[in-house]
Design a protein around this ligand. Structure first.
Ligand SMILES: [Zn+2]
Length: 385
């Protein structure tokens, strides 16, 4: 079969034998595979990523001196079952895959490990239990976006965003756009998106953002939503609040305060901010710009060492959360949302290429004006860029 191999940061199309499904596995003929920002990172920063996961006890992540087939966002069709499989989906079933693969007793990250070749190929292996049938009629393009949309759905859930909360999305690359889609699908009324690129701001509007800003001209955090933005207002609030409580006759102020606290009346209004850029300096920039008490969800994957000023986050009592991946249930729910039309990620797709054009697609993704998500169709021979 034909496959794109990444080795020493070079991408080339090579011939490899079609893999054989092991026990409990299925062989999938790939229909579409998305190019993820993680793939771009893995090509150039593979060893940094592998060093960090090795510190956590996993030494199977992609390294630059290995020949690895990337691709963890794919849809396809089951063509063969391995031994002892349960065959709950027959051959011919269209599926999308939660990208983890067993090898002996170890589990590897499909498309990000030399032990589990990914979807930049005509065929790929999957665990039968992690191959999710694509409901009737959903296109293979959209089905391939289940994985990145599940990442966004997980981030939204980890952010515990309420429908009345203000959500601010910093960075409108594929990750930020997916988060915008999922926030709107979740019913969040005020979604503010920020990006330097006019092209990406236009895509954010298509994904449902209620307001887009160019951060060079306007802060995404000043929207008059009753958020505390500076230290003097925070200090004044404390003193004014006590003044008012002390004026209440008959009842001890502490009882009134306790009741108000129980009813949630003392919880300050704060936005939920999604950092979707993932370059050094971004987290500190968000911490510095964020209103007091904000919740910050770090979704962008920064591959380098970074500096933050804890004192700024401490002074604002920020809530900083990091997210990775999704659960199998979130993956399943995302696929259902796509199939039911509750969320439409098609504005993200800006091109479809064949295997021969993958290296060019990686270069093209460097320009935020022209591309967001590029899909690979392994059968395609005509140019797609
Ligand atoms: Zn990804």
């Amino acid at each position: 079969m034909r496959t794109v191999i990444c080795e020493q940061a070079e991408l080339s199309v090579q011939e490899r034998p079609v893999p054989e499904p092991g026990p409990g596995q299925v062989l999938i003929e790939v229909s579409r595979c998305g190019i993820c920002g993680s793939d771009l990172h893995a090509r150039h920063h593979a060893d940094r990523l592998a060093d960090v996961t090795a510190e956590m006890g996993y030494d199977g992540a992609i390294r630059s001196d290995q020949a690895v087939t990337l691709g963890h966002e794919f849809s396809g069709t089951i063509v063969e079952h391995g031994p002892r499989s349960r065959r709950f989906s027959p051959a011919g079933t269209p599926v999308t895959v939660f990208p983890l693969l067993r090898e002996g007793s170890a589990v590897h990250l499909t498309g990000l490990s030399a032990h589990a070749p990914g979807g930049y190929a005509e065929y790929v292996l999957a665990e039968e239990s992690l191959a999710f049938p694509v409901p009737n009629g959903l296109s293979s393009d959209t089905a391939a976006l289940t994985e990145p949309m599940a990442v966004a759905w997980h981030a939204v859930r980890r952010g515990e965003v309420g429908r009345r909360d203000v959500a601010v999305v910093i960075g409108c690359g594929p990750v930020g756009l997916a988060v915008i889609c999922m926030l709107k699908a979740h019913g969040v009324r005020h979604v503010i998106a920020s990006d330097l690129s006019p092209g990406r701001r236009a895509l954010a509007v298509r994904c449902g953002a209620d307001m887009v800003v160019d951060p060079r001209e306007q802060s995404p955090f000043t929207g008059g939503h009753g958020h505390l933005t500076d230290a003097p207002s925070m200090l004044r609030l404390a003193v004014d609040g006590m003044d008012r409580l002390r004026r209440i006759p008959l009842l001890p102020w502490s009882e009134v305060y306790r009741t108000a606290e129980r009813l949630g009346a003392t919880t300050p209004k704060r936005p939920v901010i999604f950092e979707c850029v993932g370059v050094p300096g971004m987290i500190d920039q968000v911490i510095t710009g964020a209103p007091i008490y904000s919740r910050v969800v770090v979704v962008g994957v920064c591959m380098e060492d970074d500096r933050i000023r804890p004192m700024m986050a401490i002074n604002k009592e920020l809530d900083l959360r990091f997210v990775l991946g999704y659960t199998p249930l979130e993956f399943r729910d995302t696929l259902a949302m796509l199939a039911e039309g509750k969320v439409d990620p098609t504005p993200l797709i800006t091109a479809t290429v064949g295997l021969d054009e993958v290296a060019d697609a990686f270069s093209a993704l460097g320009d935020p004006e022209s591309h967001a998500k590029i899909l690979i169709d392994p059968k395609r021979r005509e140019p797609g860029l």
